[in-house]
Design a binder for this molecule. Structure first.
Ligand code: SF4
Length: 429
């Protein structure tokens, strides 16, 4: 089989993994990584963010995303590479992957590598193949671009620790929200091994951070941290279970990201796997709302219980989770924009983290505020990036409302775009 054919098989086999992204990376050059033997840098990124490329649903597309091998002895029902699938099989060698990555990088097709694999042998042997690829890229090809390695379930602590020295990011996929679903759909995978690997990464990250405080030359360990992927809709768990799980992964293991992947039935000959639900279409709307809820966990200081309380198992598909929280807590509003704290501003639909910060800064530097005769105007708010179309129902400016609607059902329709609402006044306050 020639390389092109291998690439087409092994890139197609990797496309269902959503857990790749290079966000949060500071980047590294071969020399800056303090890796002994690392040669001159290829693909050194000056600063974070330059290699990001996202699809509409949040997936990173600027990496060469492939499997080392799609031969797998596991039988995960949702996966195209499961042992019972009749898909064509192939494997790279580490050198082939190094050559491909460098070639693609030089042609400007990619800025990094995302590498995972089917489990074709003992997990430590498979993990060593991924590590060997990354090691060769760093030390022989001098590649300083982004590398994301998948941790193979069951790989030992020694392999995980070495992988983190070559990779910017590590990830181990949790795949399903509960042990019962894992047992049913991925019977060879074990929850404790997955959490154990996450714990190993976070513990090693902490060790390196501690060492850096007392020692001069400490190598980087996964500078972009770790992430995971959860499949949504392949098992019966509700959104509350998923959000609670994500909250605890962020808390316990310091994960940078949880990626949500709407369950997509994978092709293949023969009848569909009876363990899987028969969905008319992948639940992409649900995936999107989960990403928004995740954003609230990470940047808006919401707790999982605030996003979905005991009476609400699923996110509202018509409005975003922050708007849904606001409608359940109308007693919290209106917020006086000239007085509200940053935390209060974050709770207002239509005010994002950036505009909340700008409001606080502008009040501080511009002498606006309750004790001043100057007040922020609607026009000013618009210029600070506030979406007045949404925020107008939840704020006052110098005591004045734009719209005092307290009817939660009507507000929901307006925020969902089902009701036009009132026209914004043209005058400035
Ligand atoms: S372990 Fe499961 S999810 Fe991973 S490649 Fe094998 S069948 Fe697919």
């Amino acid at each position: 089989m020639d390389l092109e054919e291998k690439l087409s098989i092994l890139a197609a086999a990797a496309k269902y993994d959503a857990s790749c992204a290079s966000s949060g990376s500071e980047g590294r050059s071969a020399s800056a990584s303090k890796i002994p033997g690392a040669s001159a840098a290829v693909g050194y990124r000056e600063r974070a963010g330059v290699c990001h490329s996202w699809t509409g649903d949040g997936r990173c597309v600027s990496l060469l995303k492939v499997l080392y091998s799609n031969v797998c002895c596991f039988d995960c029902a949702y996966c195209v590479n499961r042992v019972s699938s009749d898909h064509p099989r192939s494997s790279f060698s580490a050198q082939e992957l190094v050559d491909l990555t460098i070639q693609f990088y030089r042609r400007n097709y990619i800025e990094g590598l995302f590498l995972s694999s089917g489990i074709f042998a003992d997990p430590d042997i498979v993990m060593e193949k991924l590590i060997e690829t990354a090691r060769k890229l760093r030390t022989e090809a001098g590649f300083g671009g982004y590398i994301h390695l998948k941790i193979i379930p069951g790989a030992g602590a020694k392999a995980i620790r070495e992988a983190g020295l070559w990779a910017d990011r590590l990830s181990v996929n949790i795949e399903l929200p509960t042990g019962q679903s894992l047992q049913k759909l991925a019977p060879q995978k074990e929850g404790p091994l997955i959490f154990g690997a996450m714990g190993e990464v976070s513990e090693t990250e902490r060790e390196y951070q501690r060492d850096r405080k007392t020692m001069r030359s400490v190598p980087e360990f996964t500078p972009s941290g770790q992430s995971t992927q959860l499949i949504v809709g392949a098992s019966p768990e509700d959104d509350r279970t998923i959000i609670n799980l994500s909250g605890s992964l962020y808390r316990k293991f310091g994960l940078r990201r949880v990626y949500y992947s709407a369950f997509t039935p994978v092709g293949g000959k023969g009848p569909p796997d009876p363990r899987l639900p028969a969905l008319a279409a992948p639940p992409v709307k649900r995936e999107h709302r989960l990403y928004q809820a995740d954003w609230l966990l990470r940047f808006y200081h919401f707790s999982p219980a605030e996003i979905l309380d005991g009476n609400t198992p699923f996110l509202d598909t018509l409005i975003d989770p922050k708007a849904a929280w606001a409608l359940r807590h109308l007693e919290f509003f209106p917020i006086e924009i000239n007085r509200a704290s940053y935390e209060e501003l974050l709770r207002v639909p239509g005010i994002g983290a950036v505009s909340a910060r700008r409001i606080v800064e502008t009040r501080h530097t511009g002498g606006f505020g309750p004790s001043s005769s100057r007040a922020l105007s609607f026009d000013k708010l618009r210029r600070l990036g506030v979406s007045l179309k949404r925020a107008r129902y939840f704020i006052t400016i110098a005591g004045a409302f734009i719209d005092q609607t307290k009817d939660a059902a009507r507000l929901r329709n307006i925020l969902a775009g089902l009701d036009g609402g009132l026209q914004l006044p043209l005058f400035d306050f």
